[in-house]
Design a protein around this ligand. Sequence first.
Ligand code: 1CP
Length: 380
Amino acid sequence: MILDAQHPLSSGLTADSRLIQAYQGTRPAVTPVWFMRQAGRSLPEYRELRVGTRMLDVCLDPALASEISLQPVRRHNVDAGIFFSDIVVPLKLVGVDVSIVAGKGPVLGKAVRTRADVDELTALDPALLDTALAPISAAVSLAVSQLGSTPLIGFAGAPFTLAAYLVEGGPSKDHIHARALMHVEPDAWAKLMAWTAEVTGRFLRAQVLAGASAAQLFDSWAGALSLADYAASVAPASAAAIAHVRDLTYTVPGAADGAEPAESVETWRNVPIVHFGVGTGELLKEMHNIGADVVGVDYRVPLDEANRRLGGAVPVQGNVDPALLAAPWPVLEAHVRDVLERGRTAPSHVLNLGHGVPPDTDPDVLTRLVNLVHDVSAAE
Ligand code: 1CP
């Protein structure tokens, strides 16, 4: 499907931005930078807005969700906004009993542990999201209208990471119940994954249609899986989730001018899709193969090695160790320069953290880091 003419990728507003260039595999003159979990926790202006509110209520309030998405862009001069929401929002909107407990994370009213539990959950009709996602679309449109030429990244949880919360009933270290269900009840597992892929895929598509210029799938807990289990029991559902945005295209404005007819086909682009996981060094190739354009790398695998594992042809995103944000500036600076250098081995690189911003991070360190990345990469 072609994005409508007002979409910032189609209108050309964000299509030439550093972020979209890098995601499309072209190295821009200056390396783009944004931070996972940049919206929220570490910003005093976020904590001020959040007083007396519940996380999921805020996610469903378009004015608040939009404002929080913009806060880090204003403050840090990052090259992208990420939409403020949570991976469990589409579960809530389709009727799952889930809340976000402060200091803990998503907690389910009832864990999905048996075949009967899966049948009960999957009886909730994902088509309900056609209307239930309206506040999400409204929040994205509002944020995009204020971001101008800075792209907004839409996101969703990958089916495994969502299933991990559904089956465990909340946060978990080893995801043992989810991994057990995969083998004890393979049919129920497949049904759960297919349902989750549809729910999360619709959430992602709604954000892109409302104006997000890129889409990131977070498989935060896929690092708990062996490569064999990932490939057989998880990757097909992640591919199904991504398929909800894989067909969305735009043309690069003006690029067809003067081009030979045969060249003009090259002006068509897919909305770029990023796939990120934690502890997924062994899975990088599979994570690319499910239909991603860009692979997000956590802090454990250096980018030159990640690039080698990916065959040298895939744009990478990452991977400053979030722990180093607390280190003395010269230590952090040396680390960031090293990440930039290793990132130069890949076709293109978007600098990010290897996981989210820790809540106690000094926001001024993030601003200084953005300037460093822009200055160092511009001088190369
Ligand atoms: O009260 C609060 O402020 C709650 C803290 C919080 C915030 C700010 C949660 C609860 N979610 C969010 C927002 C959020 N979640 C964003 C938008 C902000 C941004 O990135 O700038 C995004 C992209 C997410 C995605 C998310 N939620 C992931 C994937 C990314 C990752 O960090 O791995 C995961 C795993 C979640 C679940 C979740 N939601 C909240 C918490 C504390 C957690 C993790 C819990 C756990 O450890 O299992």
